[in-house]
Design a protein around this ligand. Structure first.
Ligand code: COA
Length: 162
């Protein structure tokens, strides 16, 4: 039987925080206490999105808005949309959910929070994620040496919001 592939992207509800924490722990080595997720939901709720399929949360994206020097326009200060964490459950990967989460979150960060650019860190060996970001127009700005706790380097990737 063919798998049902119709999903929706919507804002995370506070009652669903624990489900996002579980997806984070199952799919990424970078884990955080639930309070970290709660603070992002409280402060940037328009940019904390989930993918729902078969009445289940199967993916999420969590972001934060920062002010500082822009990576895409040197010597200019502005608002940066920082993509903190994104994950899709393994059985639901490869059908566009990660792309949809990114695209919708970037739209909301621009339209609601008026960011000038988006940026993120990604493990230099995480090819699926790196190709997703490149496909969306992100460029590698620099390498952050030993960025992760296990010593792996990160790429800092950024994209202008204009
Ligand atoms: N190998 C190489 N590229 C891949 C890939 C794979 N196994 N899976 C996805 N991609 C890339 C492709 O460029 C793809 O575009 P295409 O379908 O046009 O080729 C693009 O990602 C988007 O695919 P999509 O189906 O929208 O993404 P997804 O729903 O599979 O989610 C991740 C992508 C990265 C969110 C998912 O793999 C994931 O949750 N990984 C574990 C958590 C993680 O690494 N998060 C990122 C931390 S920075």
């Amino acid at each position: 039987m063919q798998r049902h592939k119709v999903y929706i992207i919507r804002k995370l509800r506070p009652s669903e925080l624990i489900e996002v924490v579980r997806i984070n722990r199952r799919n990424l080595p970078e884990n955080y206490p639930i309070e970290f997720f709660r603070i992002h939901l409280e402060n940037y709720s328009e940019a904390f999105l989930v993918a729902v399929l078969d009445e289940r949360i199967v993916g999420y994206i969590m972001n934060r808005i920062e002010r500082g020097e822009l990576y895409t326009r040197k010597l200019r200060y502005g608002k940066r949309g920082h993509i903190i964490s994104i994950a899709v459950e393994p059985e639901y990967r490869g059908i566009g959910i990660g792309t949809s989460l990114m695209v919708q979150a970037m739209k909301n960060m621009k339209n609601v929070y008026h960011v000038d650019e988006y940026y993120l860190e990604v493990r230099v060996t995480n090819n699926p994620a790196i190709s997703l970001y490149k496909k969306l127009g992100f460029k590698i700005v620099k390498t952050l040496k030993s960025y992760y706790l296990d010593g792996e380097d990160a790429y800092l990737m950024a994209k202008s919001a204009y």
